[in-house]
Every structure is written in structure tokens, then in C-alpha cells.
Design a protein around this ligand. Structure first.
Ligand code: C5P
Length: 239
């Protein structure tokens, strides 16, 4: 099996040693590993260093959402870790995203660091239309809201967004070809949806325009994770 450089494996585990075991096992097949809130809280930068030592790339999925100064400083710290990509919440606003992007670009130039891709979460894939309306108080449709937040991210100079497969085509037509679309909530036809509401199969997500798909539980909770990676990779290749 060739290395799949569009499938991001979410290392959603609670122990450094287990994460290392997963990286060592899957690095021949996976290029980008996602380090999220749980793993980064327990393991910190050492897991990022381990992934880099293996010659793989890191998507640091900490979804920064705070005042512009704080998000900008966190973004600079992420850039200095050498991650390939990190994210912020688009709902933090234009100023927050723009300030983070501009400050990261400046520091990377000054310190000769490869600039990380900065992407924005539009609406989490676990949020339904009903929750968006009743709990977040957003009265327009999911699609309209995602399109609005994607447009705002583009205006801020970000490289792309995290969006569900169901909105990928809309984001592509609104934001253009060079704009990255990273799609979680991916479920092969045999997998349970778990807490995800806006799911899609790997093939359909690629067809809808996703540049990367993110998968965690459908791979890690399976009896034969390698087999799942193989099936998903061939589905993506034929999309
Ligand atoms: O296990 P599963 O494939 O559902 O994991 C999806 C991963 O993508 C999780 O780590 C989750 O935090 C992340 N994610 C998401 N929805 C977003 C952004 C990130 O599910 N909008």
C-alpha cells in the first residue's frame, strides 16, 4: 500500500505511549497525523516531535478561539513547533483570524520557519441544523452559515477551512480552487456515526471537493485498522 497523503489520522488517544505506538505502526501508510485536545493536553509538544522524527506531518487541531492577541500568540507557538497545519474557530471573528495569520506570517519570515497552513473551523460536524438554530441562536440555514464563515476565513487570509462533506462543494464554489477543505465526520458505509451529525463516506467527501479527510474512530476502533486504511485509500483513489 502506498502512503496516503490525503487521509489524516486523528490520534484521539489519552496516552503518549499509545500515540507513539500508533504513529510507528501507521507511518508507512499515513503522512499527516492529527494531534487534538486530549492528546496534546496529556502529551504536549513531545508527541509532535515524535511525529516529525518519523518524517511525518502534524495537523495540530486545538481549534483556537479567544481574543486576537491570545490566538495570535498561540498560533506563533504552533508555528515554532513546526506543525504543517493548525486551526482556529472562524466564529472568533475576522480580526482574530487576520491578526493570527499576519503575526504568524511575520514570525515565520523573521525566524525562517516554514509557514504552517492556518485553517478555520466553520461549524463542527457534530452540530445539526436544529442545534445551530435552537442552541447557537443562528437563524439561517447550515449551508448559509458555513458559506458565510468560509468567506470570512478567506477574507482574513487563511488557507482554508474545516467543513463537513455536506458543505464542501458549496465552500469550493464560494472560495475557489486554492482554498483548502479539510473534512472530518467521515464514515465508511459500515461505521456507526457516533456523535457526528453531518457525515459522509470517504469517496463522496473527495468527490465533493475535500482536499484532506480526517478519520479517527472508524479506523482506530476497528479490529483491523490497516484494512480500513487500505479500503479507504482505494475508495479515495477511485473517487
Ligand atoms: O472519530 P472521528 O473520525 O469522528 O474523529 C473526527 C476528529 O475530527 C476528531 O478528532 C474531532 O475532534 C475532529 N473534528 C471534527 N469536526 C470538526 C473539526 C475537527 O470532528 N469540525
Amino acid at each position: 500500500m502506498e502512503k496516503n497523503n490525503k487521509l489524516i489520522l486523528a490520534l484521539d488517544v489519552a496516552e503518549y505511549d499509545y500515540a507513539v505506538e500508533l504513529v510507528d505502526r501507521f507511518e508507512p501508510y499515513i503522512d499527516v497525523f492529527k494531534v487534538g485536545l486530549e492528546l496534546f493536553t496529556v502529551a504536549g509538544p513531545s508527541i509532535v516531535e515524535h511525529i516529525h522524527k518519523k518524517g511525518c506531518r502534524v495537523f495540530l487541531d486545538l481549534k483556537f478561539h479567544d481574543i486576537p492577541n491570545t490566538v495570535s500568540k498561540a498560533g506563533i507557538a504552533a508555528a515554532r513547533l513546526g506543525v504543517f497545519m493548525f486551526n482556529v474557530h472562524a466564529s472568533g471573528g475576522l480580526d482574530m483570524m487576520k491578526r493570527c495569520r499576519d503575526d504568524v506570517v511575520n514570525v515565520c519570515l523573521k525566524e525562517n520557519i516554514d509557514r504552517p497552513r492556518i485553517i478555520a473551523v466553520t461549524v463542527l460536524t457534530s452540530i445539526s441544523q436544529q442545534v445551530l438554530r435552537d442552541e447557537a441562536g443562528i437563524q439561517h440555514s447550515m449551508k448559509t452559515h458555513v458559506r458565510h464563515l468560509a468567506g470570512l476565513s478567506l477574507k482574513a487570509g487563511l488557507d482554508g477551512v474545516v467543513a463537513s462533506g455536506q458543505e464542501a462543494a458549496l465552500v469550493r464554489s464560494h472560495c475557489g480552487r486554492g482554498f483548502l477543505i479539510v473534512t472530518p465526520g467521515i464514515r465508511p458505509s459500515w461505521s456507526p456515526a457516533d456523535d457526528q451529525m453531518r457525515t459522509m463516506t470517504p469517496r463522496d467527501a473527495i468527490r465533493e471537493g475535500a482536499d484532506f479527510i480526517v478519520m479517527g474512530r472508524a479506523i482506530l476502533n476497528h479490529d483491523n485498522p490497516l484494512k480500513v486504511i487500505e479500503i479507504v485509500s482505494s475508495e479515495m483513489n477511485s473517487a
